[in-house]
Write a protein that binds this ligand. Structure first.
Ligand SMILES: [Zn+2]
Length: 439
């Protein structure tokens, strides 16, 4: 396979990407269309809501129109297949790069000019990342642009979407180059125990990312500003003080620029923690819904979910790197000489490293989802206790059915859901309401 083929593949990928972008439907008025899919209710409906949690949950679910349910089910289920497609396309792209020996050529060319090994590794990793992005660009356009517009979830036009993704790709490519440069130092220096050192480096870098992103990365994509509206700020701050949360500022950001999704988050570590609500949540929700959602976010904060999640990812990474070590040794033994890869610490073998790591992460998807989902269940209960707004919580969860399948089977939820299903979350609110004898 010649290097010419790489350029043919990249050119075709570019043409194909433009075709996909041009045929994407325009999602005009997506916000109004999405909210109109959930039947609005009044105080009389809420007053007549059955006490029984099962019956009350059914009443909430009945408000989702069949068309809206079919659409969000199709959107979410398509996401299951895309995970597999992503893996297969990623492997195919890696095979093209390995067979063409383009990284072997680049490594040798750079080694003749540079003596510093980690710089050679970092630069090769950046080139690898750029080539992979170019080859898989049509898939990215389909997933991130065409499909989001098809389901009325994106508000970005093609140019803005492209610019935003270029910025994201630049940041991730440079970040990944540096991370891989560091990882390969561990591969060379610590020999057969590299997997444990490598996992240590990866865990530390995740910490750096969590520390820096709220202040330095997120503001590149959205504008964050403190919430000044006392009608929102006062009750939320009161709830935070009541629960001993030492955060003194609330932020809002213009997520409506990108999509209509309703969300909020607590992000940042070591004092950079902040509560941030997106403008879709603020625009479309009542105070009780906002309190319920923020109560959930305070749960994440109070139960130290960021740190626990970081440790859990750490354990998954240690196991993953142990697997990659075994698989990398095996595959380089088998194909190394034919592909021009000298040994496991040779940066030209990076595509193999990434392939094995992606295979591991794909298989670990249900485990990772369950680790996150478990925290989400905890935060839901905390939020109900903190806000005492079961109806507000149920209403907010109903809105999430815009992009999340509302009522999956148990196995499906275990495999693919990183949050509990909307139906389960509404049920937990209705159970809280019944048991606590609240209106
Ligand atoms: Zn959460």
């Amino acid at each position: 396979m010649s290097k010419k083929l790489i350029w043919i593949v990249i050119t075709l990928s570019f043409i194909f990407s433009i075709l996909i972008a041009f045929t994407a439907p325009v999602s005009q008025g997506a916000t109004s269309r999405a909210t109109a899919q959930i039947a609005p209710v009044d105080d009389a409906w809420r007053a007549a809501l059955p006490r029984d949690p099962e019956a009350a949950t059914t009443a909430y679910m009945a408000r989702i129109s069949p068309a809206a349910k079919a659409r969000s089910d199709a959107y979410f289920e398509g996401g299951y297949w895309l995970q597999l497609v992503d893996l297969i396309v990623g492997i195919a792209a890696a095979v093209i790069l390995l067979r063409s020996k383009v990284l072997v050529g680049f490594r040798d060319w750079l080694a003749a000019k540079l003596r510093v090994q980690w710089l050679i590794d970092t630069a090769t990793a950046i080139v690898y990342s750029c080539l992979i992005s170019l080859i898989t660009f049509p898939l990215m356009v389909y997933e991130g642009y065409y499909r989001e517009h098809f389901y009325g979830l994106s508000n970005l036009n093609a140019v803005d979407w492209f610019m935003e993704n270029m910025l994201m790709l630049s940041i991730s490519t440079i970040g990944m180059g540096i991370a891989i440069g560091m990882l390969y130092i561990a591969l060379r220096r610590t020999r057969s125990s590299w997997w444990i050192w490598g996992a240590g480096i990866a865990i530390s870098l995740i910490g750096v990312l969590m520390l820096l992103s709220p202040t330095y990365i997120d503001p590149l994509f959205n504008t964050y500003k403190p919430i000044a509206d006392a009608r929102i700020k006062d009750p939320v701050m009161a709830m935070m003080r009541a629960n001993g949360v030492p955060i003194d500022n609330l932020y809002q950001f213009d997520a409506s620029k990108q999509s209509n999704r309703v969300s909020a988050n607590v992000s940042g570590i070591f004092g950079s923690a902040a509560v941030r609500m997106n403008d879709n949540l603020l625009k479309s929700s009542t105070i009780s819904e906002i309190k319920a959602v923020l109560g959930h976010e305070l749960g994440h904060y109070t139960m130290n979910h960021i740190y626990k999640g970081w440790m859990e990812i750490g354990i998954v990474l240690v196991i993953g790197f142990a697997f990659v070590k075994w698989a990398l040794d095996w595959s380089i033994e088998k194909w190394g000489s034919a592909l021009g890869i000298k040994d496991y610490a040779d940066i030209a073998g990076l595509p193999l490293f990434i392939v094995w790591f992606s295979v591991f992460m794909f298989i670990a998807t249900p485990i990772n989802n369950t680790l996150i989902r478990t925290q989400e269940v905890e935060a839901d209960i905390f939020g109900l206790n903190a806000s005492a707004e079961p109806l507000g919580f149920a209403e907010a969860m109903l809105k999430l059915t815009q992009y999340r399948k509302s009522n999956p089977g148990d196995v499906e939820e275990l495999m693919f859901f990183d949050h509990p299903s909307p139906r389960k979350r509404i049920y937990s609110a209705m159970r809280w309401r019944a048991e606590q004898q609240k209106p």
